[in-house]
Design a binder for this molecule. Structure first.
Ligand code: DNO
Length: 344
C-alpha cells in the first residue's frame, strides 16, 4: 500500500512540508480546484499542481476528485460532450503520472452531515450526522454545514426538479454510460477509476443514491468488467450503512479497491453517528479487521487516513485538520506493517 494525505491545493492551510514529515507519507491526494465542473483540466493547470508536490518530494498519483457534471448523472443530451471532456482530463492527468481518480456519482449533494463540531468528552470535536435534524431541513433552501453552496437557490430548485424523473435504475444506467465512455482513456493511460460510496449510503431528499454496499459493487463490476473500473473503499461512508460487513467487503473486493479512505464512526440510534479517532477501540468499526481484510485480499492501492477530529486546539477544515489525520496515518501504518508481516 501507499500512504497518502488529502491536500486541498494552495488554499490549504497545511503546508506540504508538514505532510512530508508524517512517517511513510508517499504523496498527496489533491485536485485542480479552479476549473468549472465539466471543463477540461489543462496540462498547464495540472503541471502547476504537480510542481508544488515535486518541490516537496511528494507524489501526486491520486486525484480526488474529478467531479462528474450533473448532466452526466441526469443523462442529458449534453453528456456526450461532457464525457469527452472528462476523458481528455484523464488523458492529461495520465501524462503527469496520475494513477488513480476518485469520483462520486451522488446527485446534487456530496457528503452530508448535520454538525461539524460535535464535542466529545475528551474535548476534541468532529463531524456528526443526525437523521431527524436532516429530515427537517428544506432541500430547496438548504444551508448545510460544510457544503460549499455552489448553486443558487434557483439552480438548486431546478436541479431537484430534474431529478424527479431519475430512478435508481436510470441513475445506474447513466453511471454505466459514463464509465463506458471513459474506459478507453483509462485503458490507454492505465488510470484506475475509484468510485466513492454515497455518504451516508441512503437516499437523501428524494434523490436516489446507488453506491451503498456490496450489491452496488457487484452490479458495477458486472456492468463494466474493465479492471480500471474500481472503488474507493470509504469505511466511514459504507460503515454508516449498518448492514455492510466491511472486513468481508475489504477482502472480497481488494483487487478492485484502488483507494481506501479509512476512518472511524461511533454509532448512535439506528442511523446516526459521530466520527471518532481512527483507533478500533474509539468507535464501532473494526479498523483492525478491515485492514486485515484488505491485506488478505491482496490490496495494493493507496490509503489515506480519512476525516480526523480537531484536537490540540486545531481549528482545521472539517475532517481535514493535520494532527488527528497524522495520528490516523501512524496508526494505520502500524496496522499494515503488523498484519503484512504476520501474513507472510
Ligand atoms: C469527504 C470526501 C468526499 C469525497 C468525494 C469524492 O470528506 O470523502 O467529499 O471527496 O465524494 O468524490
Amino acid at each position: 500500500m501507499k500512504m497518502t494525505f488529502r491536500w486541498y491545493g494552495k488554499s490549504d492551510s497545511i503546508p506540504l512540508g508538514y505532510i512530508r514529515q508524517i512517517p511513510n507519507m508517499s504523496g498527496v491526494v489533491t485536485a485542480v480546484y479552479d476549473v468549472p465542473v465539466g471543463e477540461v483540466w489543462t496540462k498547464d493547470k495540472i503541471a502547476e499542481l504537480k510542481k508544488l508536490c515535486d518541490n516537496e518530494s511528494l507524489e501526486m498519483e491520486v486525484i480526488e476528485s474529478v467531479p462528474v457534471h450533473e448532466d452526466i448523472k441526469l443523462g442529458k443530451p449534453t453528456r456526450d460532450k461532457l464525457i469527452a471532456n472528462y476523458a481528455r482530463t484523464i488523458r492529461n492527468l495520465g501524462e503527469f503520472g496520475v494513477k488513480c481518480i476518485c469520483y462520486n456519482f451522488m446527485p446534487v449533494f456530496d457528503w452530508l452531515r448535520t454538525d461539524l463540531k460535535t464535542v466529545a468528552p475528551d474535548g476534541s470535536n468532529s463531524l456528526s450526522y443526525n437523521h431527524e435534524t436532516l429530515m427537517k431541513l428544506d432541500p430547496k433552501n438548504l444551508h448545510l454545514p460544510g457544503w460549499d453552496e455552489s448553486y443558487t437557490t434557483a439552480q438548486l430548485n431546478g436541479l431537484l426538479d430534474e431529478y424527479k424523473n431519475v430512478t435508481h435504475g436510470k441513475l445506474f444506467e447513466n453511471l454505466v454510460y459514463f464509465l463506458k465512455g471513459i474506459m478507453p482513456a483509462c485503458d490507454e493511460t492505465g488510470i484506475n477509476m475509484a468510485i466513492h460510496p454515497d455518504d451516508p449510503p441512503w437516499d437523501m431528499f428524494g434523490l436516489p443514491r446507488i453506491i451503498t454496499g456490496a450489491d452496488s459493487y457487484d452490479r458495477m463490476i458486472a456492468a463494466v468488467p474493465d479492471k480500471h473500473n474500481g472503488f474507493t473503499f470509504c469505511t466511514g461512508s459504507l460503515g454508516a450503512g449498518r448492514s455492510n460487513d466491511l472486513p468481508a467487503m475489504a477482502e472480497k473486493y481488494a483487487d478492485r479497491i484502488y483507494f481506501a479512505h479509512i476512518r472511524q464512526l461511533k454509532y448512535c440510534g439506528s442511523s446516526d453517528f459521530t466520527e471518532a479517532g481512527h483507533l478500533t477501540a474509539a468507535g464501532d468499526l473494526d479498523v483492525y479487521a478491515i485492514v486485515k481484510g484488505l491485506v488478505k485480499g491482496g490490496f495494493d492501492g493507496y490509503v489515506r487516513p480519512d476525516h480526523g477530529r480537531n484536537i490540540w486546539g486545531e481549528d482545521g477544515k472539517p475532517g481535514y485538520g493535520l494532527y488527528d489525520r497524522a495520528l490516523g496515518a501512524a496508526y494505520l501504518n502500524g496496522l499494515f506493517e503488523a498484519i503484512e508481516k504476520e501474513s507472510k
